[in-house]
Design a protein around this ligand. Structure first.
Ligand code: SAM
Length: 441
């Protein structure tokens, strides 16, 4: 007799296990599981996996209250089965009994026969006590919004007034933002094309080419996506155009370019650059840049290179503009990548800050006198944003700040930290992002 095919819940549990036990990103873990999953199950696996990961730390708090033994002692697989089930019970789209039965079936499918009784008992106790439990746990915003304690405390230190607002924003699903390609169409024409296929959308106030859809959809359903009329890019990421101040004839380096979202934006906004060089250290991600450029009909040179080691690849001709979209803790994009809450560790913030400072020093050497470097991150920690810029300016004699109030066209978004602009997650529907601009004397 053939064994029953795994259910969406079992596949979601395997996906979440890949994140917590192998430190895979949620998308990589999903890709691995979905490659072997029957097509009709895929949307459910995706939504259960995201739901379980989004609520993971809240579920952990619930389980700690319901179990008579320490949570660590039950092991990773039972915990993720319970997390998938708790997400479904919170979500309330399936009958409670079906969710409990399915969790027990998943436990068997994953070879956890001895733990089926425990899983059944914990979920039934949750259903009996859920009102009191939810009221108790909701009092603490860190638990309510499912954050690890250290990360929430870090945000609290950096954002003493706005930290709970930031936690709440990270806990909501992000809208779908599009970037219209002005080389291929106009904002008005594209809005019309969207309306013609029944999709409601709006232009962002003060940010040309940025459109938000009322209801997210698959990119293939967007008119003209394959022809490069639009790309998916968050509003905050699109704001990079303002501090960069692109002009014809410039030599531009996109120093941390993959997957190429900002490279394509640069090429679309200024088609008459002398050079646009997009580099990234990760060879496996370069292909994504090439694909985006080909789809949008944009031109750039793409090179695998380490911005920290210019001697290995730079021809010595300085750049007029450098974008350093540095690797960071990415706490500004948690709503899109909820696994960041599970995969980051407290010491990562300092580690990123050190490497950001080193990349900034290396990139600076390639900037022409009179040129401008834009430093950006998709995070909201002061250590990786304000402090990196403050230290760099203090130690670099030929660097001057280009203050945000001089960035032409910058919209009513973000707050100044004395150096750059910090957009916090959820503000105007945008991701959390940081920009600072520096010019060379
Ligand atoms: C935040 S992502 C860039 C996102 C990209 N700018 C976009 O808008 O699509 C950071 C990138 O920096 C790259 N990176 C990290 N260290 C690097 C280095 N030393 N030199 C060049 N690229 C590096 C990573 O591989 C990663 O692709």
């Amino acid at each position: 007799m053939s064994r029953a095919a795994p259910s969406a819940r079992t596949l979601a549990a395997k996906t979440v296990l890949g994140v917590i036990e192998e430190d895979l990103s949620l998308e990589v873990s999903l890709e691995r599981v979905l490659a072997k999953a029957p097509a009709p199950l895929r949307p459910a696996v995706r939504s259960l996996s995201y739901g379980a990961i989004r609520g993971f730390f809240r579920h952990e708090a619930v389980l700690s209250r319901l179990l008579s033994q320490p949570l660590d002692s039950i092991g990773g697989a039972p915990q993720v089965i319970l997390s998938v089930a708790l997400f479904e019970l919170e979500d309330a789209r399936s009958p409670d009994y079906a969710v409990v039965d399915a969790a027990v079936t998943s436990a068997r499918a994953l070879g956890l026969n001895k733990l089926t009784g425990l899983i059944n008992a914990v979920l039934r106790r949750y259903l009996r006590e859920r009102k009191t439990l939810e009221t108790d746990l909701a009092r603490n915003p860190i638990v309510r919004h499912a954050f690890p304690e250290w990360m929430a405390q870090r945000l609290r230190t950096d954002w003493p007034i706005r930290w709970t607002q930031i936690l709440a924003a990270c806990d909501r699903q992000a809208p779908l933002w599009l970037r219209v390609n002005p080389q291929r169409t106009t904002d008005a024409q594209y809005l019309e094309q969207l309306r013609a296929v029944g999709r409601q959308a709006q232009l962002a106030p003060g940010v040309a080419h940025a459109i938000v859809l009322e209801a997210p959809c698959e990119v293939e359903e967007l008119p003209g996506f394959a022809q490069g009329l639009v790309s998916v890019q968050d509003l905050a990421a699109q704001c990079v155009a303002f501090p960069l101040a692109l002009a014809p004839g410039q030599r531009v380096l996109d120093a941390c370019a993959a997957p190429g979202g900002k490279t394509a934006l640069i090429a679309e906004r200024q088609a008459d650059l002398k050079t646009l060089l997009a580099i990234d250290i990760d060879a496996s991600r370069l292909q994504r840049i090439e694909q985006t450029l080909a789809r949008t009909g944009s031109r750039a040179q793409v090179l695998q290179a380490d911005v920290g080691l210019p001697a290995q690849w730079w021809d010595g001709e300085p750049f007029d503009r450098i974008l350093l979209d540095a690797p960071c803790s990415a706490l500004g994009v948690i709503r899109r990548h909820p696994d960041i809450r599970l995969r980051r560790r407290p010491f990562d913030i300092d580690k990123f800050a050190k490497s950001q400072a080193a990349l900034l020093r290396a990139a600076w050497r390639m900037l022409a006198p009179g040129g401008r470097l834009v430093y950006s991150t998709c995070t909201v920690t002061r250590r990786e944003n304000h402090d990196v810029i403050a230290v760099f300016l203090a130690e670099t004699a030929d660097a001057t700040l280009v203050p945000p109030d001089s960035w032409e066209g910058w919209p009513a978004l973000g707050e100044s930290d004395g150096f750059g602009m910090q957009i916090v997650p959820g503000e105007a529907g945008a991701d959390g992002f940081y920009y600072a601009a520096l010019s060379k004397q």
